[in-house]
Write a protein that binds this ligand. Sequence first.
Ligand code: SF4
Length: 79
Amino acid sequence: MVSAVDVPEETSAGAPVEIAVNRESCCGAGQCALAAPAVFTQSEEDGLVLLLDPNPPAELRDAVRRAQSHCPSRSITIR
Ligand code: SF4
């Protein structure tokens, strides 16, 4: 299982990050869109996550980590 504390140190230090979402496991809770609305949103059709920016800038990194840690279905991966 990937969690915020599993983010590699070089990622935390400023290397580009790559975000992935799993729409198969997403339950549409919307915590990601609340935590990082520039990176995640929810489909108007099915309510499931849509990834707006798979390579967010460094200033959004903390928000993306919050989104990942708050996701109840563990559907967000940070590489
Ligand atoms: S927080 Fe997780 S379960 Fe909720 S919409 Fe985002 S990816 Fe889906």
